[in-house]
Ligand binder design. Structure first.
Ligand SMILES: Nc1ncnc2c1ncn2[C@@H]1O[C@H](COP(=O)(O)OP(=O)(O)OP(=O)(O)O)[C@@H](O)[C@H]1O
Ligand SMILES: [Mg+2]
Length: 138
């Protein structure tokens, strides 16, 4: 499945659509270059849960938690490259929590995930255009 977004607002709308169409998925691996729209997507998803939490990039905090109607863990593995560093943040506990889990740069840990997940890849076409591609884990 593939979507084309022409603006931040459209990415928010696509996030809401994906939340509903893939309601059985709780784990989302977000892949794509710097600035391709991963954090923007999470913001759209969280806002769609009618949640007042302020979604920001977890690049330096690594893990952020939003308390919405559902709990949401927003993780950024950009700065973590070794599997042991990623395990040390407790990633498996988040994955097994049954809560929503969004992992930016999820490809850094992908091979170690046993749960069902949706991979969302972001491609920057031009300044405001993004291709958003979905792949189900199994
Ligand atoms: N259609 C679009 N969808 C999403 N973001 C867009 C779009 N058009 C322009 N942008 C801009 O692209 C940037 C996306 O930034 P964002 O922080 O979401 O990227 P990221 O993939 O999380 O990057 P990083 O890897 O650094 O965490 C924002 O500045 C946003 O305004
Ligand atoms: Mg980001």
């Amino acid at each position: 499945m593939e979507y084309i977004s022409k603006s931040v607002q459209e990415t928010y709308e696509i996030a809401e659509k994906i939340r509903i169409e893939y309601i059985s998925y709780k784990i989302f691996l977000l892949e794509g270059d710097l600035g391709s729209g991963k954090t923007t997507f999470v913001k759209g998803f969280v806002n769609a849960l009618k949640c007042k939490e302020d979604v920001t990039s977890p690049t330096f905090t690594i893990v952020q938690e939003y308390d919405c109607r559902k709990k949401i863990y927003h993780i950024d593995l950009y700065r973590l490259h070794s599997i042991s560093e990623i395990i040390d943040i407790g990633i498996d506990d988040y994955l097994e929590s049954g809560e929503y889990v969004f992992i930016e740069w999820g490809d850094h840990y992908k091979r170690n995930i046993n749960e069902k997940y949706l991979t969302i890849r972001f491609y920057m076409i031009d300044l405001n255009t993004r291709v958003i591609n979905l792949q189900e884990s199994s």
